[in-house]
Write a protein that binds this ligand. Structure first.
Ligand code: NAP
Length: 349
């Protein structure tokens, strides 16, 4: 029986996800995932509901042609929360915009309402995991539902699913890595002699920088990702504003050249470390010797090292991510739910 999915948000990630579903024949292994999208709700680009399942090809072609969901042009603002509370579906897929100023809202409210109704949740939006994980995970456990979020950190590269499935019995003592694509891309350009303004403009052109690049440059995106990782993998209750941040703007080209002369590269490193009962988070510029795996991360790539008590150190590397990488993060979570990882039986119906 098909897993019924309600999609909230049809931006870059949502559209890529729907495109992949529309092009299923090009991805033969995907036939194992039986899902029906029963609703798509955006903020200003319309809504489409069909309990029998929406045809993703129609959504892709109409959106490309009109910029709206089929039949939605000029229909005004849609109400996502009302859909979450009233529609019949198995999984909410939360793909709305991250709002740092509102500390993860309204996504946290969306997730809370779906879980309270006994619906599974998959989110690519980091807000709920960075600001409200403890509360929402308790609610998910109480309701016997999944709260999955693979795409929130390192796009679809397996971090959370790998830890959940393959690191059982370990305690994560420390985690560190390079998690913000824009700052890593900009640092590489600065090393080549490009100015900060030009490097940021280039990052925006290739679509990696946030519309407001200060969210990346001032370490907010990295702090939100670090809080999500620490909360899920280290049992912390770390809010992003508690993460100590260093801005990339403070790292001058002289520092990069001096590091180069010493056989090192400067990288923006995120780290979460246990100090007594607390977990402390930092995002800061670090000089890394060129032989170290962090120094080899180029462009928009990412890396994460988990230091565990039994297994030791595990490194996870992501190279050249694109929107398909993120969409796959959502798909991998949908697989876990469809295969019944939560209920012991395949979900749906
Ligand atoms: N882009 C990536 O590669 C990437 C990677 C990892 C994680 N993420 C996260 O994934 C999420 C989606 O990213 P994106 O790049 O697809 O964002 P986006 O292009 O800005 O799209 C956001 C979508 O959410 C909709 N939306 C916003 N607020 C809403 C609300 N209250 N109710 C219903 N719909 C709402 C928007 O509708 P309107 O357009 O009509 O306003 C739009 O369809 C974000 O939280 C992002 O941080 C993205």
């Amino acid at each position: 029986v098909a897993l019924r999915v309600l999609l909230l948000g049809l931006g870059h990630v949502g559209r890529r996800l729907v495109e992949i579903l529309a092009e299923r024949s090009r991805h033969p292994a995907l036939t194992g995932l039986d899902l029906a999208v029963v609703g798509i709700v955006t903020r200003n680009h319309g809504a489409l509901l069909d309990a029998r399942g929406i045809d993703p090809r129609e959504v892709v072609s109409d959106f490309r042609r009109t910029g709206f969901l089929p039949g939605s042009a000029g229909s005004g603002a849609a109400d996502g929360l009302a859909a979450i509370r009233s529609l019949d579906y198995d999984v909410l897929v939360e793909l709305t915009t991250l709002d740092v100023e509102r500390r993860g809202e309204p996504a946290i409210t969306h997730v809370r309402h779906a879980l309270s109704r006994g619906r599974h949740v998959v989110t690519a939006n980091k807000g709920p995991i960075a600001w409200a994980y403890t509360e929402l995970k308790a609610l998910a456990d109480e309701s016997g539902c999944a709260l999955l979020h693979e795409a929130t950190v390192m796009d679809g590269t397996p971090v959370f699913n790998l830890a959940r499935r393959c690191l059982r019995g370990n305690t994560v003592e420390r985690l560190d890595g390079i998690l913000n694509a824009t700052t890593n891309f900009v640092l590489g350009a600065l090393e080549r002699g490009v100015s900060l303004a030009e490097a940021v403009a280039a990052a925006q052109r290739i679509g990696v920088a946030e519309a407001d690049p200060s969210l990346d440059l001032d370490g907010w995106d990295a702090a939100v990702k670090l809080a999500a990782l620490a909360n899920v993998l280290m049992g912390a209750s770390m809010a992003p504003e508690e993460v100590e941040r260093e801005s990339l703007a403070a790292v001058g080209r002289e520092r990069l050249l001096a590091a180069h002369a010493r056989g090192s590269r400067v990288k923006m490193v995120c780290e979460a470390v246990r100090e007594g009962a607390r977990v402390i988070g930092r995002v800061c510029a670090r000089e890394i010797p060129v032989g170290h795996p962090f120094a080899a991360v180029e462009g928009t790539g990412s890396i994460l090292r988990l230091t565990t008590d039994i297994l030791g150190k595990v490194l996870i590397v992501e190279e050249d991510p694109d929107l398909s990488t993120t969409a796959y993060g959502v798909l991998s979570d949908l697989y876990a739910i469809a295969e019944g990882e939560w209920t012991g039986r395949p979900a749906g119906g």
